[in-house]
Design a binder for this molecule. Structure first.
Ligand code: KMH
Ligand code: ZN
Length: 279
């Protein structure tokens, strides 16, 4: 168990339309401002999905590079790009986001139903993402939507070695319709299957946000919050902005006597090497 809490903000996602949620940050300026505001209240990592000029999800490298640069300008957050993209994104485009040289990237460990869609993550894609990140000095965050995906993680590490930086960090994504439920019981069931020495965070989608946060903190885990995952702050009350969610997570972390990590501490914890030292 680490003494501080790593708080990741996922400000945008690929599933929600700007027209439906005007507070969702989608432009370069909006995402950069969200990063700045979320760092100010306790975030140390930002999980980024990118939108195009029409606010649609995109993996176009021009947009991706622009947002990465803007977030690095406005904040000191660890920049974690989504390699999951949207359910419709082809595998080659999901791999190509690594060209934007983020500090970190998400890496999902199996295919999962995603509402009425399918989020496809076959073994060969998992291996390709893992090995390309090793070669490029990018730290993966292993996204786990169901308990069996932790067995896939162990198989991946056994066959292909540890990630860049040497530390294994898992995010349990809970409450997706098609994945494991966002409950204390499901979170607890996952813990014995984490690889030795791994740390974990948990993300509760929608109304599971609070129970998953409380369960994760009580089990020594870390937190991910944001408008990618949660659009309602309380019953009938829409989220004002991402910093509102981060501030609540940071407050709970302080109550748990595991205050939010600084961005420097987060880099050390995750094994992130400064870019200039990566070959
Ligand atoms: N948008 C989901 C289909 C990730 O970012 O790596 C996948 C997702 C996971 O959000
Ligand atoms: Zn995502």
């Amino acid at each position: 168990m680490s003494s501080g809490t790593l708080i990741t903000v996922a400000p945008t996602g690929a599933e929600t339309a700007k027209a439906d949620v005007p507070a969702l940050p989608v432009t370069v300026a909006e995402i950069a401002a969200a990063a700045r505001d979320c760092q100010a209240v306790g975030a140390s990592v930002v999980h980024l999905h990118i939108r195009d000029a029409e606010t649609r999800p995109t993996l176009d490298l021009g947009y991706v590079r622009e947002v990465v640069a803007a977030v690095r300008e406005s904040s000191d957050l660890v920049v974690q790009l989504s390699s999951g993209g949207a359910v419709t994104d082809p595998f080659d485009a999901r791999l190509a986001v690594l060209d934007a040289q983020p500090d970190a990237a998400s890496l999902t460990l199996g295919t999962v139903n995603f509402g009425r869609d399918v989020f496809a993550n076959p073994w060969d894609l998992i291996v390709e993402l893992h090995t390309q990140m090793q070669q490029r000095g990018i730290v993966p965050e292993y996204e786990v939507f169901d308990l069996g995906q932790l067995a896939t993680l162990q198989r991946l590490l056994d066959r292909h070695g540890p990630p860049h930086g040497g530390h294994v960090h898992v995010d349990l994504v809970m409450g997706v319709p098609g994945g494991m439920p966002g409950t204390t019981q499901a979170l607890t069931a996952c813990l014995p299957f984490l690889p030795p020495g791994a740390s974990f965070a948990a993300t509760g989608i929608g109304r599971t946000s609070l129970p998953v946060m409380l369960a994760a903190l009580s089990a020594g885990g870390h937190l991910r919050v944001g408008m990618e995952d949660t659009l309602t702050y309380a019953p009938g009350e829409p989220v004002r902005d991402n910093s509102q969610l981060v501030a609540r997570a940071a407050g709970l972390a302080r109550i748990a006597q595991r205050p939010p990590m600084s961005t420097a501490d987060a880099r050390g914890f995750l094994g992130i090497t400064p870019m200039e030292t990566v070959q």
